[in-house]
Design a binder for this molecule. Sequence first.
Ligand SMILES: Nc1ncnc2[nH]cnc12
Ligand SMILES: [Zn+2]
Length: 321
Amino acid sequence: MSSPVAELHMHIEGSLEPELIFALAERNSVQLPYADLDDLRSRYEFTDLQSFLDLYFANMQVLRTAQDFADLTRAYFARASAGGVAHVEFFFNPQAHVNRGVPLHEVLDGIMDAVATSEREFGLSSAAIAAILRDRPVHEAEEVFSEIIRLQTPIVGLGLDSAEVGNPPSLFEDVFARARSEGLHVVAHAGEEGPPEYIWQALDLLGAERIDHGVRALEDPALVARLVDEEVPLTVCPLSNVRLCVVDSLSEHPLRTMLEAGLLVTVNSDDPAYFGGYVDDNFAQLRDQLGLTDAERETLARNSIKASFASDARKAQLLRG
Ligand SMILES: Nc1ncnc2[nH]cnc12
Ligand SMILES: [Zn+2]
């Protein structure tokens, strides 16, 4: 029996499976631009991050009510728990819903309802991170963040995601400073498609406690030394990196190089409904295609718990297995 894992990098909207897209479209009378499931599935071929984001945002149109968000979140919890995930810190994208007319409270009520019962229902502790869309105007991020705070939403942190290149962390210094002053954890996607410079900015300007992805850190030895020295966790997403053409194949993924460099690496699913699998699928394919050993898996599992924002008591419980 392998040790429990914490999943620290997944987007709840990226767990929207094709079957649920069709079921929610029916429930909400949404006309989908796909003939059937096979037609939808045939579109899951991506050439880069943007080509994925286009489909990711398009499919969100079926999410309308608190019930939809609760059903989506619970479906992920059930699947993740079955795959050995015992703790999750997941992203959601409030702007992606508010901007198409869904009231913020519908999003928050649904997600937080599922979070509140995850331990009882699925034996899985959970926490939500509001992620800012970095390719949208800065004032929009500030407005949605203010509203989340005004509603006293029990989120655990603030994150930064969406199209990376050309949208550096430096743009979002103020909203991240506010998040920190509210006592929230802060994390940022950096070094997925963007340069190592964006990782430096995430650390120095945003105060990021974890870097989401960070694979391009390997291009900058001084940055690697800093990340090792400060034990900054990197939430790496191997299947995502292959599907978004960040790496050519899983057998060429730099995960082992990162581990050998002494980086605090974790394995995550990112957008499991789009990238061919959940955390357990990532581990299984890493074993088959990269020769990931049981000892390496154990290290990665322990890293994920260490890197989480769970309480010390919960971390100790998770580490006991
Ligand atoms: N891999 C990813 N990178 C940036 N933004 C995202 N939003 C959902 N998945 C993402
Ligand atoms: Zn991501």
